[in-house]
Design a protein around this ligand. Sequence first.
Ligand code: F6R
Length: 243
Amino acid sequence: MKLIKASDYDELSKIAALLIKEELDNKPALNLGLATGGTPIGTYEELIRLNGEGQIDFSLVKTFNLDEYAGLDAKHPSSYSYYMDNLLFKHINIKKENTHIPSGDAADLQEECRAYDELIESMGGIDLQILGIGTNGHIAFNEPADRLSIGTSVVDLTPSTIMDNSRYFDSIDLVPTTAISMGIGSILKAKKIILLISGQSKRNVLKKLMEIDYLSSQLPASFLLLHDNVILVADMEALGEAI
Ligand code: F6R
């Protein structure tokens, strides 16, 4: 894993956006894997700025999001579909039909998972995957557990993730307890991965990730060690003084 240190969140966001721009410059029809949550918001703001200035073009880009809450339809204000539309898609020149997010309200969630992996595969796979990390080490919604899914699957969210994500809901009781998530295998198939880690709340998990030299299903992000093209961009708040 290659580490890029950013002085703060703003710099992290600028670095991440430039790394994405680099890939887009090389391949305008990029298949881009996207994450939600708080961490990539600054990166998306930068991408919007660069797009507005004509420095990047999304007209040929296809996007694939990592996950979606089960039970929420795309119009629900806490759904990841709504998040993506409002924080990125509606501000850039991407074609709506080229953006893909699992449907949390699909009648058959298992079928939705199977079809999602197939869709990504049929479109040539993900060129660049953007990832955040949970305070418990999850990537996408692959939570610490005895077993981790290889492909996209329906997953149970842990109490700590439900607590972390309750800030996006009116009350913690409204946070869905299950989600559709790309699996560890689906993520590792991406040709390149950028992992963004920001803020003091991630210091612990970042330290664990930097120290671990084996695979642990209790630290799902440790599976990124299997991939030979991962760039970790972390800010000083997350890095702390120890690293
Ligand atoms: C979101 C996702 C999650 C988040 C993680 C960190 O699509 O897959 O794994 O990346 O929960 O969230 P933030 O950035 O809010 O700390």
